[in-house]
Design a protein around this ligand. Structure first.
Ligand code: SF4
Length: 287
């Protein structure tokens, strides 16, 4: 699967061409958008090009919260109208929400809105303070708030008809195990960045994810040989070696199914292998 993301991918004049090309190679092409540029004409073109699904960012249940989060007046209406347009065109879509202190109180409201709009999936992200997220680094959830949110997510997953998938929250896999609900989280592998998922930046840098702005290698300098970077990068080898992890993550019995967020660890501590600072779990050996 190729996820076209940004910035805003609809800003690319060749977006339809890219989708068509990827589809022609047999890839499942999906796109993450804030809703900008999605209208009756563009959704027809996206469908024709072969888009399989879209994700639309919604960071609040109300215009006030979403527009403040995005620092753009009117962005809530843009996202909601885009969701309606996509739904009317019978294209599968999900709602992506980045959670932090600014919108945590609207968690249930956002889930309800996602259901009302007809989303097939609700995909919460947990803030990683990198890129534009740096500007709201103080708003990152504290470990207690985060743990409560994870349990709320589990409840929604159990009780609600909407599918729930969590990104940048690898501790959800630990919660599922603790609550003996691991079957619920079919992908109970924690973070897959650098293992089953890779990110390619607009500069051609290969990264473990979009939030970990450290190149494992550069495609342009490597003759576009993604496979070689993926197999041989020292950074990727390090990230994949759980035995090198430090702090509570290094001592944790859930390391193989969680592993913590390496981008958050790096953004906050400067060390890729340090403990994920939003987790409040005390490994058995450290109690
Ligand atoms: S201590 Fe690290 S590995 Fe263990 S649950 Fe927390 S983030 Fe995951």
């Amino acid at each position: 699967m190729i996820i076209l993301t940004g910035g805003e991918p609809m800003e690319r004049s060749d977006i339809y061409e890219l989708i068509e090309y990827g589809k022609g190679l047999g890839l499942r092409m999906v796109m993450a958008t804030c809703g900008y540029g999605i209208n009756v004409e563009s959704i027809v073109k996206l469908k024709k090009a072969g888009i399989a699904a879209l994700s639309i960012s919604l960071d609040g249940a109300t215009a006030e919260t979403h527009d403040a989060f995005r620092q753009t007046d009117g962005s809530f209406d843009v996202a909601v109208n885009a969701a309606k347009t996509v739904q009317n065109a019978h294209v599968r879509f999900q709602i992506n929400t980045t959670f932090c202190k600014l919108n945590i109180d609207e968690f249930h409201g956002i889930v309800e809105l996602a259901k009302k709009l007809g989303a097939s999936c609700f995909n919460p992200f947990i803030l990683v303070p990198t890129g534009r997220g740096k500007q709201i680094a103080d708003e990152i959830l504290d470990p207690v708030e985060y743990e409560t949110l994870l349990h709320d997510m589990l409840r929604i997953k159990l009780e609600s008809e909407i599918e729930v998938r969590i990104t940048c929250g690898p501790q959800f896999a630990r919660i599922c195990r603790q609550e003996k609900m691991e079957k619920l989280n079919k992908n109970a592998k924690g973070c897959i960045g650098g293992r089953q998922f890779g990110f390619i930046s607009y500069r051609g840098d290969v990264q473990i994810c979009g939030f970990h702005d450290v190149p494992a290698g550069n495609l342009i300098k490597n003759n576009f040989n993604f496979g070689r970077i993926w197999r041989e990068s020292e950074l990727l080898k390090k990230i994949r070696n759980l035995e090198e992890y430090k702090g509570v993550c290094g001592a944790c019995e859930y390391i193989a199914i969680c592993g913590g967020c390496r981008a958050r660890a790096y953004a906050i501590t400067g060390d890729h292998l340090a403990a994920d600072p939003v987790c409040n779990y005390q490994p058995k050996g450290q109690r």
